[in-house]
Design a protein around this ligand. Structure first.
Ligand code: FEO
Length: 197
């Protein structure tokens, strides 16, 4: 006897020998699963977004300890945004019937020379993330995974915005300077970005 059962996810077809006298055939009636290499890279990106969140939280804490409330608040908010980036990837992976894997993340830097160094590092970090997103996009095209390619376009636009944002903060620091009341003014300007004030 042959029994055919449709399931939403998992393998396209699994043959299970349940009994010598009959066989169950399970057919996938749901959406495609991710290719393993694409899944591995997406899971690495989940981890990277998690690391970004921790890095910005550590920077926020350092700013707070220096009395730089505007910067502390901006970086804490940005840390939350990175968590949203992580969850967006996490949800996408799980929606495909694959499993998002959560790994441990490296401890971020906690001590910084000054506010200029903080934002130099954020800018460099965002450039690094952009490179990783671009690698992922390239790879999905190579693997003809057009759904993931399409999903990643949101990250392509987001990275463009984030690089521009952190570059604009660095420019402000350069123009205003950190001498005298400069540091206070810089911090105030960065704080205004939290509510788009
Ligand atoms: Fe999620 Fe700032 O990149």
């Amino acid at each position: 006897m042959i029994i055919i059962i449709g399931i939403k996810y998992k393998l396209r077809m699994i043959l299970l020998e349940c009994h010598k006298s009959f066989m169950i055939i399970i057919i996938n009636t749901g959406i495609r699963m991710l290719k393993k290499e694409v899944l591995d890279l997406l899971n690495k990106q989940v981890n990277l977004e998690n690391y970004s969140s921790n890095l910005y939280l550590a920077m926020s804490s350092w700013c707070n300890a220096q009395g730089l409330e505007g910067s502390a608040s901006f970086l804490a908010k940005h840390s939350q945004e990175e968590l949203q980036h992580m969850h967006k990837l996490f949800n996408y992976i799980n929606e495909t019937g694959s499993q998002s894997l959560i790994h441990s993340v490296d401890a971020p830097e906690n001590i910084f020379k000054d506010i200029k160094e903080v934002f130099k590092l954020t800018f460099q970090h965002e450039q690094h993330i952009t490179n990783k997103i671009n690698e992922l996009v390239d790879f999905t095209l190579e693997k003809k995974d057009y759904a993931t390619f399409n999903f990643l376009q949101w990250y392509v636009s987001e990275q463009h915005e984030e690089e521009a944002l952190f570059k604009s903060i660095l420019d402000k620091i350069e123009i205003i300077g950190l001498d005298g009341r400069g540091l206070h003014l810089v911090d105030k300007e960065i704080g205004k970005l939290v509510q788009g004030k």
